[in-house]
Design a protein around this ligand. Sequence first.
Ligand code: ATP
Ligand code: MG
Length: 354
Amino acid sequence: MTATRPRILTGDTPTGQLHLGHWVGSVKRRVELQDTHDCYFILANYHAFTTRADKPQDIRRDTVAIVRDYLAMGIDPERSTIFLQSEVPAIHELAFLFAMLLPFNRVMRNPTLKTEIETKGLGDTYSFGFPLYAVGQCADILAFRPVGVPVGEDQVPHLELTREVGRRFNQMYCGVPTDADDADHLKLGGVWPVPRAEVGKVGRLVGIDGKNKMSKSLGNAIFISDSPKEVEAKVKKIFTGRQSPTEPGDVNNALFQYVDAFIDDPERVAELRRRYAAGDNLGDGHVKVEVAAAINRLLEPMRERRARIGEDDALVLDILKKGCARANAVAEETLEMARKAAGLHFFPRTLSYR
Ligand code: ATP
Ligand code: MG
């Protein structure tokens, strides 16, 4: 890890464990970026309270479980910083400032929030904090002044909000002209760059229900920690609605999203697509066996790494503690810059662990 590498920030909410959607949408890219970038991975445990405030022990359990998922997937805590949102108070101060720079209706127009309200059945009784998390996420990101944020497609509206608030702050408090190019904000004295969303190879992996985005809170996920048998059983459930191996199949259906995402051999993928579309005696069952085998090939080295990590939480907590210290160093520096810009810089301060 060196200070001269460009920085990236991304992360996950501990509302469950990580699944294949996380891998294809974001984590695969994160593992690669460790070679070239200074990487920060946030566990947004305060944001988990938006839908799970009554289950703090579950949030804590899932937080630790996700760190294990990270390590299993190849995130290296020596090179990357894994940290807890709840341990970085600078983020929450920035969120308060940002809440003043965004029109309320602008936040509520966010299509990802609307989808979440619908698919998670939140009705009209969701907390005030639920839409506020979108503002908080702007602070999670900008606190680290990253150049890019590797995410799935559903996060693009959140990134748009982040870019908007970043620009507005730089313009309002740092003298960046309103017609400045996004790429020039730092050069022109802005506190943060206007960060890009970097969507993975598969921006939205559908769940095994064949309908919604694969999501840890919707019961339609294949988890990174699933056993080979669980993977096979779940892949069998992928819904296509096709009746027979000789019926011409739709190669845009959910099953073929999995074929495209997980079968590595492009020639085999092309052949499966051709025969399926033609109804050339290729049953869903057969395709599913190949998909499950491909997913298990992907997960096997992750299972081995997980087994090596063992059951001891002390290791995970040690990684988090070191990560939080590193994260606070950057976020505090950002907060000082922002407070200065906004005329709030009365006295310097730092936080330390006892
Ligand atoms: P929740 O159901 O609690 O919202 P989630 O499964 O959507 O959980 P998040 O923690 O909200 O997971 O998302 C973490 C990251 O993984 C984000 O960058 C998100 O875009 C990406 N991601 C999540 N699900 C998918 C998916 N099905 N396909 C591609 N990327 C995904
Ligand atoms: Mg989500």
